[in-house]
Design a binder for this molecule. Structure first.
Ligand code: 48H
Length: 263
């Protein structure tokens, strides 16, 4: 016997348990591109309570499509090491250049991250953050989240809030979370101008290096990684070479893990 009501009951009870369980997090990640998912994988693997909010129904951000929808990605030696560790097959193209099937890379990364304990909430849009002042210092301490179809339909429906010790802004080129923070609040980011510096045109070699340097705390409680790091601290784009994105996810996870352990 198959009861439709039981199917609905199963989904609702499981989903809302996860949602309730995520109201207080160690780390909340915004964006399921390669950098956000890599960060989620490493943090979940260490046992931290970490959830990822993705606006789209599909995860993977810009990695699915390789370059111009030709679905291969390219990495250099350091990026290959991350793919090896996650268990994503690569093929050597020439010395220092490796390819990976973009669909296999995206699905394997997503699968490993979820199996490690990362909770992914897809179809959820982060529309704001929560900021609190403690001893005269402001700190990001939560995410303000709405259901993506509410956003898409332009409905006037209020969001829900998830408390977290750290936020990772991994929204890619648009740096949506930081843009909202800067627009709404009188605050200065840890960038040279105190504002979002902005992304520059293509220069892959410098961009790959800078992605790692720029992966850091942008304001107390919120870190940037991936393309958002380059947009925030001002560096170049690099096209469909993804090593910097993966290494950025590894770096942000490591830095936050160290802080969570010491705090
Ligand atoms: C929830 C949101 C919100 C929001 C956005 O763009 P991504 O793939 O991000 P990265 O930085 O991990 O990877 C960048 C890479 O894909 C890329 O574009 C490269 C290497 N470009 C180089 C070049 O030269 O062009 O993923 C970001 C994700 C997406 O899935 C968005 O839907 C999601 O973030 N997102 N999710 N709430 N407010 N804003």
């Amino acid at each position: 016997m198959l009861e439709e009501k039981k199917v609905s009951e199963a989904i609702i009870s499981r989903y809302f348990k996860d949602l309730q369980n995520s109201l207080e997090l160690d780390v909340a990640i915004v964006g399921a591109g390669p950098s956000g998912m890599t960060a989620g994988y490493y943090l979940a693997r260490e046992g931290f309570k970490v959830a990822l909010f993705e606006r789209k129904l599909s995860i993977g951000g810009g990695m699915w499509g390789g370059g111009m929808t030709f679905n291969y990605i390219v990495v250099q030696d350091a990026g290959k090491e991350v793919l090896d560790e996650i268990g994503i097959p690569t093929q050597k193209y020439i010395d220092g250049y490796y390819t990976a099937d973009a669909v296999m890379a995206t699905t394997t990364l997503a699968s490993k991250a979820c199996l490690a304990g990362l909770k992914v909430f897809n179809c959820m849009s982060v529309e704001d953050v929560m900021i609190r002042e403690e001893q005269g210092k402001k700190k990001v301490c939560g995410l303000v989240v709405n259901y993506s179809p509410v956003e898409m339909a332009g409905l006037h429906v209020d969001p829900l809030v998830f408390e977290t010790k750290f936020v990772i802004e991994a929204t890619g080129h648009d740096t949506e979370v930081l843009k909202t923070m800067v627009r709404k609040n009188d605050l200065k980011l840890f960038t040279p101008s105190g504002e979002i510096e902005g992304e520059k045109s293509m220069w892959a070699e410098v961009a790959e290096e800078n992605t790692l340097k720029n992966t850091q705390e942008a304001f107390p409680g919120i870190y940037v990684c991936g393309m958002a790091a380059n947009a925030c601290f001002g560096s170049y784009r690099m096209g469909p070479i993804f090593g910097g994105m993966l290494l950025s996810g590894v770096k942000v996870a490591k830095e936050i893990a160290e802080r969570l352990k010491s705090e």
